[in-house]
Design a protein around this ligand. Structure first.
Ligand code: KIV
Ligand code: ZN
Length: 390
């Protein structure tokens, strides 16, 4: 059975770039946009054109540059925003306007001092107005995660009628549990008239560390677009991480879902975004962190040396990492020491290994990590007969 393709909507250049300290200049944005396009991203959210003249120019330049992906610009449900976004996107091969408004009681009361009916009216007006400029209109129901499902269904139904092609259901505050978010998507699929005319999209924030789990729950329940960023960057604790959702769908074929992403570019793209934004990736970050394929405990190293699959569920080459690494620490065993000693040029016999291992442990207890130079030194200063080492 052929797999359903989940559209990847990358918002590194919009939600990701909102992060303090992550601001990019136009050239940097163009390089990242080009890479996202090459990697197979379906929709690139290039920015929020009305927010500044600089962002307008960047969205315009990205719209001219991108060859394959849809290029999208964010707006509020405000006429001026929509006009400016349409202008910035006018050279895009396939433009999309992403407009919306807060739908939770908290947003309606505190942000807009309004009421539910008036919010639906604004949403519908915004979609209809955006539709006068481009065909492809994505509507976001901000704070949908905390919006009552019945009201959310009313909003969705109204904006589909007005011409929305994609319905973004953001868990803006990262509040939902995966079951709850999945049930929300299912509820909308089952209760919104005309839902078959639109794609449901997941836009999940990571305030409770559940952004990826919630997005997966969303697609399992029928959403067909995930909004995400490289390295999971984004407001506060960040967004769903692109590399995580892509690899989850690939590693779980029984979900019958996939994306069009060339996963071999994931690691390099992570490095590119991290260095351009000056935003370090935590070493234990799934898929792209420096330790994602590093093994340091003796038990694990012994297994990986015998067969990589004992402790790795992803072949590092599939995400563009050259190889798994065996890191030597005081928790490493003889198998790992022999393995690394061989790489740096010493084939140790069992007796030699026993002797060098004693010295290695004494040294490793005083260090965080034992590097190749240290191995040379330990072996050269040990009492074993170096002539006999092949
Ligand atoms: O988190 C959110 O709700 C957003 C919207 C603007 C789509 O980023
Ligand atoms: Zn967001």
């Amino acid at each position: 059975m052929s797999k359903d393709i989940v559209q990847i909507f990358d918002t590194t250049l919009r939600d990701g770039e909102q992060v303090p300290g992550c601001k990019l200049d136009r050239e940097q944005k163009l390089v990242i946009a080009e890479r996202l396009d090459t990697m197979g991203v379906n929709v690139i959210e290039a920015g929020f054109p009305v927010s500044s003249p600089g962002d307008f120019k960047s969205v315009e330049a990205i719209a001219k540059l991108v060859k394959n992906a849809t290029v999208c610009g964010l707006t509020r449900a405000v006429k001026k925003d929509i006009e400016v976004a349409a202008e910035a996107l006018k050279h895009a091969k396939t433009p999309r306007i992403h407009t919306g408004i807060g739908t939770s009681d908290s947003h309606i009361k505190f942000k807009f001092n309004s009421n539910r009916d008036a919010i639906i009216e604004r949403a519908v007006d915004a979609v209809k107005y955006a539709k006068t400029f481009v065909e492809d209109i994505e509507f976001y129901a901000e704070d949908a995660g905390r919006t009552d499902n019945e009201f959310l269904a009313r909003v969705c139904e109204a904006v589909i009628k007005a011409g929305a092609t994609v319905l973004n259901i953001p868990d803006t505050t990262g509040y939902c549990l995966p079951d709850e978010y999945g049930a929300k998507i299912k509820y909308l699929r089952e209760n919104v008239k005309g839902i078959e005319k639109a794609i449901l999209s997941c836009h999940c924030h990571n305030d409770l560390g559940l952004a990826t789990a919630n997005s997966i729950a969303g697609v399992v329940n029928g959403a067909r677009q995930i909004e995400c960023t490289i390295n999971g960057i984004g407001e506060r604790a960040g967004n769903t991480s692109l590399e995580e959702v892509v690899m989850i769908l690939r590693q779980h074929p029984n979900l019958n879902l996939d994306t069009s992403i060339n996963s071999k570019l994931l690691y390099d793209t992570s490095l590119m975004v991290s260095s351009k934004m000056g935003m370090l990736v935590q070493p234990n970050k799934a898929i792209v962190g420096a330790n994602a394929f590093a093994h340091s405990s003796g038990i694990h190293q012994d297994g990986v040396i015998k067969n990589r699959e004992t402790y790795e569920i992803i072949d590092p080459a599939d995400v563009g990492v050259t190889e798994s690494s065996i890191i030597l620490t005081a928790r490493s065993g003889r198998a790992a020491l022999a393995y690394r000693a061989k790489i740096v040029g010493y084939e140790l016999t069992k007796v030699q290994l026993d002797e060098v291992y004693e010295e290695f442990l004494k040294y490793a207890d005083t260090r965080k990590e034992v590097k190749d130079d240290d191995i040379h030194q330990i072996i050269e200063t040990s009492h074993i007969d170096l002539q006999s080492i092949s």
